[in-house]
Design a protein around this ligand. Structure first.
Ligand SMILES: [Fe+2]
Length: 224
């Protein structure tokens, strides 16, 4: 069953580039040159469409993604990043768990801890989500952030085991924002929630192993 789901991405990979390349080609020829601003608006509409698809699948995850987007955007604004990069990070926050659409209900809604086999399936969600958006002309730049939001500073994360500043800065920001939101909000697998202060203390214990120190310091400064 899981293998069937994983087969979806290659199909998308084959069919979507043709469509998008045709649109790009038309823009390049100037046929729709006056519509560039309109295209930018399309990217926001696309993000919203994806967010609504996730909302229909699982309301809790969609709400989580909305909050992570706002926190990640706040964190990103404290770094020396362009407005475009901050916006990409916000968009990635909205889409980071989009791949949960491809995770079975019995795993997604399991109230207790996951088995190792179930974890293996759960760990595919960054790749599933990234593969869903990778060929979209407006979302291609968001794709690495979605794919790597569960990497850890020491290389023990997934899916690629990237380490340190090889991990895109937006993904490092998302990792902290996601953990903070997960710890401070009730989830089906986590009955206990922590206050912001306790969550920051919890996250701080993993600086240098899971998280980028600069991002955690920025989170601490935001809540000071
Ligand atoms: Fe995730």
């Amino acid at each position: 069953m899981v293998e069937t789901r994983r087969d979806v991405s290659p199909q998308l990979s084959k069919s979507r580039p043709n469509l998008y390349q045709r649109i790009r080609g038309s823009l390049g020829k100037g046929k729709f040159g006056s519509r560039v601003e309109e295209l930018e608006a399309v990217s926001e509409a696309t993000v919203e469409l994806a967010a609504q698809a996730l909302d229909a699948r699982d309301l809790a995850i969609a709400s989580h993604c909305g909050r992570v987007a706002e926190l990640a955007s706040l964190l990103a604004q404290q770094f020396d990043l362009s407005r475009r990069d901050v916006e990409l990070i916000r968009m990635a926050g909205k889409l980071h768990d989009l791949g949960m659409i491809g995770v079975r209900d019995d795993i997604l809604n399991k109230p207790g801890p996951l088995s190792e086999d179930e974890w293996e399936i759960m760990r595919r969600h960054p790749d599933i989500g990234a593969d869903m958006i990778r060929w979209h002309p407006d979302l291609a730049a968001v794709t690495p952030l979605v794919r790597h939001h569960h990497e850890r500073w020491d290389g023990s994360g997934y899916p690629a085991g990237l380490r340190g500043d090889v991990i895109p800065v937006g993904a490092r920001i998302l990792a902290v924002a996601e953990s903070f939101d997960t710890i401070t909000n009730e989830r089906i697998y986590r009955a206990k929630t922590l206050s912001s202060v306790d969550a920051i203390r919890d996250i701080s214990e993993h600086v240098g192993s899971w998280y980028d120190r600069a991002v955690v310091d920025t989170l601490r400064a935001l809540y000071r």
